[in-house]
Design a binder for this molecule. Structure first.
Ligand code: NAD
Length: 264
C-alpha cells in the first residue's frame, strides 16, 4: 500500500467502538499506509477494539487506563520494545460524571472536577511527555476538543473547563516540543453521536441545533474528522503547530440562529 502515511507508526488512544471519533481517524490513517497501535480501557472495550484493529491490519493492542500511570508507562515501554520509535499519537479521551453533565456548572463537585481534569486534560500532557521521548525524528500529536471550551454550551459544564485547559496545554506543549520537530494540535469537532457524546444531557437537542444552524446545515461525521486529522498528522501540515482546528460544519462562526430556524 502507498500513501502519505506510508512508513509512519502511531498510537491511537480512545477507540471504544466503531462510532468513536478515534475510529474515524484510524481508518483515514490506515488507508494512507500508517501502521497503528491501539490502547483500550478495560477488557470489555478490548473485545470491541480487537476486531476493529484487525480491520486496519493491526494486532498491536495495549490496555491503558490513564488514571493508572503505571498502565500509561507500560504502553510506551511496549512501543519502545516493538517499534523503537513513534511518529504520531492521537489522544481522543474524555470523561466526566454524567450526573454533572446537566444542570448548573456551579454544582460541580471537587472530586469530579479533579477526575475530569486528570482524565480529559492532564492525561494528554502525561502521554505527550512519554511519546516525545520516542519521537526521535520529529512527530505529530493530536487531541480532540469541543467549542464548549470558549462558549457556554448547555450541560457541557466541567468538560468545557477541562477542554479550555486542554487547548492551553496544546499551545504549551507545541512550544515545548517545537524545537524537536514535534507538532501538537487539536481538532475541535462538532457534536457527534458517540458513547462519550451521549453522556451529555440533551445531546440530541444539541445535535439538531447544530444541524439547523451550522453554515453547512449538517453535523460532522467521524470520517470527516478523520480526513482533517490525516492532514494534521501527516507532513502536509509540516508548518502547523499549536492550532485548534474546527471541524464542525462551520458552527463556531455563527452568533445567532439562522432566520429559517427562528421562523419554522
Ligand atoms: P468515545 O466514547 O467513543 O471515546 C471516548 C474514549 O475515552 C473511550 O475510548 C474511552 O475508553 C476513553 N476513556 C475515558 N476514560 C478513560 C480513561 N480513564 N483511560 C483511558 N481511556 C479513557 O467518544 P468520542 O466522542 O469519540 O470521544 C473522543 C474525544 O472526542 C473525547 O475527548 C471527546 O471529548 C472529544 N469530542 C467529542 C465530541 C462528540 O460530540 N462526540 C465532540 C468534540 C470532541
Amino acid at each position: 500500500m502507498t500513501g502519505i502515511m506510508q512508513g509512519k507508526r502511531g498510537l491511537i488512544m480512545g477507540v471504544a467502538n466503531n462510532h468513536s471519533i478515534a475510529w474515524g481517524i484510524s481508518k483515514a490513517l490506515a488507508a494512507e499506509g500508517a501502521e497503528l497501535a491501539f490502547t483500550f480501557q478495560g477488557e470489555a472495550l478490548g473485545k470491541r477494539v480487537k476486531p476493529l484493529a484487525a480491520e486496519v491490519g493491526s494486532d498491536f493492542l495495549l490496555p491503558c487506563d490513564v488514571e493508572d500511570l503505571a498502565s500509561v508507562d507500560a504502553v510506551f515501554d511496549a512501543i519502545k520494545e516493538r517499534w523503537g520509535k513513534l511518529d504520531f499519537i492521537v489522544h481522543a479521551i474524555g470523561f466526566s460524571d454524567k450526573n454533572e453533565l446537566k444542570g448548573l456548572y456551579a454544582n460541580t463537585t471537587r472530586d469530579n472536577f479533579t477526575r475530569t481534569m486528570v482524565i480529559s486534560c492532564f492525561s494528554f500532557t502525561e502521554i505527550a511527555k512519554r511519546a516525545a521521548e520516542l519521537m526521535t525524528e520529529g512527530g505529530s500529536m493530536l487531541t480532540l476538543t469541543y467549542n464548549g471550551s470558549t462558549r457556554v454550551i448547555p450541560n457541557y459544564n466541567v468538560m468545557g473547563v477541562a477542554k479550555a485547559a486542554l487547548e492551553a496545554s496544546v499551545r504549551y506543549l507545541a512550544a515545548d516540543y517545537g524545537p524537536r520537530g514535534i507538532r501538537v494540535n487539536a481538532i475541535s469537532a462538532g457534536p457527534i453521536r458517540t458513547l462519550a457524546g451521549a453522556g451529555i444531557s440533551d445531546a440530541r437537542a444539541i445535535l439538531s441545533w447544530n444541524q439547523r444552524n451550522a453554515p453547512l446545515r449538517k453535523t460532522v461525521t467521524i470520517d470527516q474528522v478523520g480526513s482533517s486529522s490525516l492532514y494534521l498528522l501527516s507532513d502536509l501540515a509540516a508548518g502547523v503547530t499549536g492550532e485548534v482546528h474546527f471541524v464542525d460544519a462551520g458552527y463556531n462562526i455563527t452568533s445567532m440562529p439562522t432566520l429559517d430556524a427562528l421562523t419554522t
